[in-house]
Design a binder for this molecule. Structure first.
Ligand code: SF4
Length: 204
């Protein structure tokens, strides 16, 4: 059994609906099949949703998307889509890391993304490339600090140690991104949670 199969088995045992996608196209097809044309969709900050073409596919189909990234690109207020995303019909996001034990590990700065994962829309769909797979919560945090944080900090033009020097210094910066860490072990009660694992690398 390979790592993707192990993670899918662990997630499904815990009550997630975990599926394999061989490429971005299969992931797009699956996500579209899970979201009605009239449904609103909240986006967690995620490069994966753009790199895979999922964002474009939803926009082309006419779904209303609440995304702070799209708002920022348009020069609009980014707080409003964060707030509206919490009450959308579906929440769509990636995950900073996904363990072979079936845990989803995320570190957030504002907190809306992680809050929406466990206490937002009734239906949540996670989309993750196989590069997000890691052995356990300990290695997940290490992966996030080593890979995701420096790349995110640079993308956001921050001046944190991870952006400037490429490694975490557990900073006290006003710009610190790492303010809340969530280990989602099981779908929270009453929620329908899907996890699509793509057999390719997306996001960071
Ligand atoms: S604690 Fe600071 S330096 Fe470390 S990853 Fe987070 S923002 Fe970067």
């Amino acid at each position: 059994m390979n790592d993707i199969e192990r993670a899918i088995e662990a997630l499904n045992k815990k009550g997630f609906k975990a599926v394999y996608a061989k490429d971005a196209s299969e992931a797009v097809t699956y996500v579209l099949s899970q979201i009605g044309r009239e449904q609103t969709v909240g986006f967690g900050g995620s490069q994966t949703l753009f790199e895979t073409g999922i964002a474009d596919a939803l926009l082309s189909r006419g779904n209303t998307i609440y995304s702070s990234e799209l708002a920022a690109r348009a020069g609009a207020d980014t707080a409003e889509p964060k707030r509206l995303g919490m009450t959308a019909d579906v929440y769509l996001t990636s995950t900073n890391a996904l363990t072979l034990e079936g845990d989803l590990i995320n570190i957030d700065g504002v907190g809306n993304r992680v809050a929406a994962m466990f206490y937002g829309p009734q239906k949540v769909i996670f989309v993750a490339g196989k590069n997000k797979l890691t052995a356990n919560p300990h290695t997940a945090i290490a992966r996030i600090k080593k890979i995701a944080c420096p790349m995110n900090a640079r993308r956001l033009n921050l001046s944190t140690p991870c952006a400037l020097e490429g490694k975490c210094a557990d900073c006290d910066s006003d710009q610190r991104m790492c303010r809340v860490t969530v280990r989602l072990q099981y779908p929270t009660r009453g929620k329908e949670m899907h996890v699509v694992i793509i057999d390719d690398d997306f996001g960071y």
